[in-house]
Design a protein around this ligand. Structure first.
Ligand code: HEC
Ligand code: HEC
Length: 302
C-alpha cells in the first residue's frame, strides 16, 4: 500500500514537473516572439494637407475600423482586458500628455500601420496590419494627414502587457493572431491597390477585414478564436443560405448603414457595421458587387 502511494506520488510529481517545464518553454517562446526585432525598410508616402483629403482621411480611419480600436479622439482605449490573456491597450496617438504623436515620425507611423511594428522593430499586439499592408499610398497618406491634424488629448494609457497564460495561449491557440507582423511579407511590396471605382476589385480591397469573421471564402460559419457565445458569421456569398442576393444592392447598403433591415437587427458588438457605415454608396456598391462575384458557397465553407 505504502509503495503504491509512493509510486503515485513519484508519477504525479514527474507529470507536474513535465507540465511546468512545458509551460515555461511555451512562455519563453511567446516572449521571444514578442521581443523579436524585424528589420524592415519603410517606404514613405506623400501626405496631403487639403481639407478634402483630411475629411477623406477621417472617413477611412472610421470605415477601416481604426477609430473603433483607437478611440474617437485617438486617445487610446482598452482593447482587451482578460486575465487569461492580459491587457492590450491602444496608445494615445495624439501629441497630448501621455501621447506618442510627437515622438513618432511619419515613417514610425507607417511602420506600425503597414507592418505592425514598433519603432524598435518589435511586433505590435493585435494591430491588424495584415489588412493595412495592402493600403494604397493615397489612402495611407490621407489617414496620416488626419492623425496629425487632431488636437492633443491628455491621456496616459498603460502599455499593453500579456499575462503568463497569455504568452502560453499565444503559442497554443493558433486561431488567434496575436502578432499580425509575423504574417506579413515585410520585404515584398504589396500588389498595387485597385483604383477607387464601383468594381469587384475595389470591393475586394474594401472587404479585407470581412474575411476575419466571415471566412476566406466569405461563406460564414463559426468564428474561430472568438468567444463561444458569439453568433456565427452569416454567408455573404450567393450560395445556399446567403441572404444578400434577395436583398439586392440597396437592401445591402441599408443594412450596413443602420444595422437594421429585413426584419434583422445586426449586433454591432459582433459585426462592426458602425465602422462600415462610413463607406459611401459607391464603396458599398463595390463591396456588394465583389460579394456577388464570389463563387457561391454553402454556409460555413470558410
Ligand atoms: C482591431 C483593433 C485595431 C484596429 C482596427 C487598428 N488598430 Fe492600431 N493598434 C491596435 C493595438 C491593440 C495597438 C497597440 C498594440 C500593442 O500595444 O502592442 C495598435 C497600435 C497602433 C499604432 C502604434 C503606435 C506606436 O506604438 O507606435 C498605430 C500608429 C496605429 N495602431 C494606427 C492605426 C491605424 C491608422 C489604424 C487603421 C488604419 C489602426 N491602427 C487600426 C489595434 C487596432
Ligand atoms: C468581427 C467579426 C466580423 C467582421 C469583421 C465582419 N462581420 Fe459581418 N457579421 C458578423 C457576425 C457575427 C454577424 C451576425 C450578427 C448577428 O447575428 O447579430 C454578421 C452579419 C453580417 C451581415 C448580415 C448578413 C445576414 O445574412 O444576416 C452582413 C451583410 C455582413 N455581416 C457583412 C459584412 C461585411 C461586408 C464585412 C466587411 C466589410 C463584415 N460583415 C465584417 C461578424 C463580422
Amino acid at each position: 500500500m505504502k509503495s503504491a502511494l509512493k509510486w503515485t506520488g513519484i508519477i504525479l510529481g514527474t507529470l507536474t514537473g513535465v507540465l511546468l517545464l512545458g509551460m515555461l518553454l511555451l512562455y519563453g517562446t511567446g516572449r521571444s516572439r514578442l521581443y523579436k526585432k524585424y528589420e524592415v525598410v519603410v517606404q514613405g508616402v506623400p501626405i496631403p494637407t487639403d481639407a478634402e483629403a483630411l475629411d477623406e482621411g477621417k472617413r477611412i480611419f472610421q470605415y477601416r475600423g481604426c477609430e473603433a480600436c483607437h478611440g474617437e479622439h485617438l486617445q487610446g482605449v482598452v482593447y482587451l482586458d482578460n486575465p487569461a490573456l492580459g491587457q492590450v491597450i491602444t496608445p494615445n496617438l495624439t501629441s497630448g500628455r501621455g501621447g506618442i504623436g510627437s515622438q513618432r515620425t511619419d515613417l514610425d507611423l507607417i511602420r506600425a500601420i503597414k507592418h505592425g511594428l514598433r519603432p524598435d522593430g518589435t511586433p505590435l499586439l493585435f494591430m491588424p496590419s495584415t489588412e493595412f499592408y495592402f493600403l494604397s499610398d493615397e489612402d495611407l497618406g490621407k489617414v496620416l494627414a488626419y492623425i496629425r491634424s487632431l488636437p492633443p488629448v491628455d491621456n496616459e494609457p498603460r502599455p499593453s502587457a500579456l499575462s503568463f497564460s497569455g504568452f502560453i495561449a499565444m503559442n497554443v491557440v493558433k486561431s488567434i493572431t496575436f502578432l499580425p507582423a509575423e504574417l506579413i511579407p515585410h520585404d515584398q511590396p504589396p500588389p498595387p491597390a485597385p483604383k477607387p471605382a464601383v468594381t469587384a476589385a475595389y470591393g475586394e480591397y474594401l472587404s479585407l477585414s470581412c474575411k476575419v469573421c466571415h471566412g476566406l471564402t466569405l461563406s460564414g460559419g463559426e468564428i474561430p478564436g472568438f468567444p463561444a457565445e458569439w453568433p456565427s458569421a452569416p454567408n455573404l456569398t450567393s450560395g445556399a443560405g446567403g441572404r444578400l442576393p434577395t436583398w439586392g444592392e440597396k437592401g445591402f447598403i441599408d443594412i450596413l448603414r443602420d444595422g437594421e433591415k429585413h426584419g434583422l437587427r445586426i449586433n454591432s458588438l459582433y459585426m462592426p457595421w458602425k465602422s462600415y457605415r462610413f463607406m459611401n454608396d459607391d464603396e458599398l456598391k463595390a463591396v456588394y458587387l465583389y460579394l456577388m462575384s464570389l463563387p457561391p458557397k454553402e454556409f460555413g465553407n470558410r
